[in-house]
Design a protein around this ligand. Structure first.
Ligand code: NOJ
Ligand code: CA
Length: 712
């Protein structure tokens, strides 16, 4: 009996010691997990080609406790999932979730600590995470370092921004992995808030391309109660290692079992479009946490905003506080600067424009007291989120907006004073509910107060989610700026309808974004979720609004239209001023028509850093929209309309760069043309440097409407 048991135990332990292989549902993506002298490792192959070479897994805890080695495998479970689910809003109305799973329980001999490694292999990539089951020997613990490796198989081309615990608002650099260090050391940081972590640390989602044409994307999913991950490159061996965001005393995460880390994700394909359409990030998040979601609606909005960003107007009602002592009396006088945009009449004009052109909402920034003290000029003032400036009449505007069937969008700039925001949060959301606001744009400009915490540490990650959940109690949708980059959490909390978390259009008024910026963002920042990029700038010379600002928006008008399709978001702004749109109502028509929620999305052409062309079918409609964004080179786009219904004819309205358009010298040269189109049609369209095009496709019942229209 004893012998039998021994043989059995040996058989089991050798089974557990061997390599564990798991393939994706179509068999092409292959994961291999094995212990290397007691250290867990994994590797990933696609079509037999190494995407991730053998890479180590493990963590270092505080008190010098290492979870890096000395493990044996005590349990192995496999399972499969193949189902579909419906997002509240999204790029597709149905999302397929199809993967094979491997769950390995590891036990460390010296401590008896158990970790479970869970891997999910999809046809387009891998997700894995560390799970810490409830156990006697591990109850509370502090993560000092996560040591997850991603070993690359070569010196890939990469689209990257420097790792930074506090900002994501960088321009992208395109280079070989081996060139990152040199470029980072040479880089000038034009923005005082930029502090790269090291010469080889980069942010996720990181996009790469191998010499033989494979696209690889590294990111994370379901970042909750943990700190955000960066990747540090060992550029001798081309191995990335996770670098978490520390807290004020240098710890990475405070944990209590049972708990898990976020998922680490690898998306890989021979086709760039597959990276854009991958649903791995969403699929690795939990289903919707809310019972009702009918209060969550995609939003198209305008805002009292670009005029402040360009410097034409100001957020503050006053810019000077004069304090004079007259005898025994302190006499304080504030002077109105005359440039305060959030005044009742001006906001009414925006509401009129929104109503006339069928926008859902008007964002108003600078409506509340505190901007004159922004960044604590007087040290003792912080926003309370309920006190308007004297020239902003909350009740009048509430009633006016309601009468025009337009919502006002709230703005909460916290100026990084997070405890202050949390203290006022209930009153602030209650104030919104009472005054008919159903969405808020929040912001976290400046260093976090309490000092020492970073924007992407666990403490702030918890705050952002707290704000989203609390907003949900009041049926409020959230668009958070300067918050941590999204990781698909909008599946669980769909009132998170937008994030900035990257360099947005505002930088076009602060010197400019690289011309290829919007051909990279969908491969990087947008992998985690939608971005409030705020497109729609038609007046590219900022000096038209503010003679002291010489920035130029690096785009043609046609490309600004394309961004409504290429930069997926259920929250889309028309960011320019009504007076400018009134000069280009033919082009503006596209912004009015374009959908913000979709049944289907297709990628027709894509190469990171060069161009992206999407086609999307509007939700519950037969209308399609196409958008193409181009880098700084003139290129010809060639697309087929074979995605259209076979039994329908469409009118295509093409908004394209004119032949001589150029972002720098001739940005406003666009043409609007109409054609008859069927699924047999094809289009060859020249795209200017910094240009692109947008197309709306509407099926036609009445053949007479097609008369005189050229066939494509
Ligand atoms: C930075 C945000 O990105 C911008 O949109 C906002 O207007 C300013 N902060 C002021 O809150
Ligand atoms: Ca910002």
């Amino acid at each position: 009996m004893k012998r039998l048991l021994l043989i059995f135990t040996l058989a089991i332990s050798s089974l557990f010691a061997m390599a564990h292989e798991l393939s994706s549902p179509n068999g092409k993506m292959k994961l291999l997990v094995e212990l290397l002298n007691g250290t867990p490792t994994y590797q990933l192959h696609l079509n037999e080609k190494a995407i991730i070479k053998q890479s180590k897994l493990g963590l270092e805890l505080a008190n010098n406790q290492s979870l890096m080695n000395g493990f044996t495998i005590t349990d192995v479970q496999t399972s499969s999932v193949n189902d579909t689910w419906k997002p509240v809003w999204g790029e597709q109305s149905e999302i397929k979730n199809n993967y094979n799973e491997l769950a390995l329980t590891l036990q460390q001999k010296s401590t008896n600590i158990k970790i479970l490694l869970r891997f999910r292999v999809f046809d387009d990539g891998l997700g894995f995470r560390y799970e810490f089951p409830e156990q006697e020997n591990l109850v509370y613990f502090v993560v000092k370092e996560e040591c997850t490796e991603f070993a690359m198989a070569g010196d890939h081309k990469a689209w990257w921004i420097p790792g930074d615990y506090d900002t994501q608002e960088y321009d992208y650099t395109t280079s070989k992995l081996s060139e990152i260090r040199g470029l980072m050391e040479k880089a000038v940081t034009p923005n005082a808030s930029q502090t790269p972590i090291s010469a080889t640390a980069v942010q996720t989602a990181l996009m790469m391309k191998t010499d033989d044409g494979y696209y690889i994307n590294l990111h994370e999913a379901a970042l909750q109660d943990y700190s955000c991950m960066h990747l540090e490159l060992d550029d001798k061996n081309m191995v990335f290692k996770s670098v978490l965001t520390p807290d004020a005393v240098g710890n990475m995460a405070y944990m209590q079992t049972p708990c898990t880390t976020p998922w680490r994700t690898v998306i890989a394909s021979k086709n760039a479009g597959d990276i854009l359409l991958s649903n791995i990030t969403l699929n690795l998040n939990e289903p919707c946490a809310y019972e009702t979601t009918d209060w969550i609606k995609p939003v198209k909005y305008i805002g009292v905003w670009w005029e402040m960003i360009t410097g034409k107007s100001s957020w503050a009602y006053t810019d000077e506080v004069l304090s004079v002592k007259l005898g025994e009396t302190d006499f304080t006088q504030t002077t109105t600067n005359g440039r305060h945009a959030a005044n009742t009449q001006h906001v009414k004009d925006y509401i009129d424009f929104a109503s006339e052109h069928d926008f859902d909402a008007v964002l108003v920034e600078g409506w509340n007291e505190g901007w004159e003290d922004w960044f604590g000029k007087s040290k003792d003032f912080v926003f309370d989120f309920v006190t308007p400036y004297p020239d902003f009449d909350v009740e009048v505007l509430r009633d006016y907006a309601q009468s025009k069937n337009v919502k006002l969008m709230m703005h909460h700039e916290t100026s990084g004073s997070v405890r202050n925001y949390e203290r006022h949060m209930d009153t602030a959301y209650q104030f919104m509910a009472e005054n008919n606001y159903n969405s808020v744009k929040s912001g976290y400009v400046g260093d976090i107060i309490p000092r020492g915490e970073y924007h992407y540490g666990q403490w702030m990650v918890n705050h952002y989610l707290h704000a989203i959940k609390k907003a949900a109690d009041y049926k409020i949708m959230v668009n958070a700026h300067e918050a941590v980059r999204p990781t698909g959490m909008s599946r669980t909390y769909p009132n998170l309808i937008g994030n900035e978390s990257a360099r947005g259009t505002e930088y076009e008024a602060f010197g400019g974004n690289n011309v290829d910026h919007t051909t990279i963002l969908p491969f990087t920042r947008l992998v985690g979720g939608p971005m409030d990029y705020t497109p729609g700038i038609f007046e590219t010379k900022v000096s038209v609004y503010n003679p002291d600002n010489n920035s130029q928006v690096r785009t043609t008008i046609a490309r600004q239209l394309a961004l409504y399709v290429t930069m997926y978001s259920p929250l889309q702004m028309a960011a320019d001023l009504p007076e400018t749109y009134n000069k280009h109502l033919d082009a503006f028509q596209f912004i009015k028509d374009v959908a913000v929620d979709w049944d289907k999305s297709l990628v027709l052409e894509a190469e990171p850093g060069d161009f992206i062309t999407y086609a999307r079918k509007a939700k519950n409609s037969e209308n399609w929209f196409v958008g193409r964004t181009n880098d700084g080179q003139a290129r010809t786009s060639e697309i087929s309309f074979d995605f259209l219904s076979a039994d329908k004819k469409y009118i295509a309205t093409v908004y394209a760069d004119a032949k001589d358009a150029h972002w720098e010298t001739n940005p406003k040269a666009y043409e609007v043309r109409k054609y008859q189109v069927t699924r047999k049609s094809k289009l060859k369209q020249l795209c200017a440097p910094g240009g692109g095009y947008a197309i709306s496709l509407v099926p036609i019942e009445d053949k007479n409407e097609l008369k005189g229209l050229k066939k494509l």
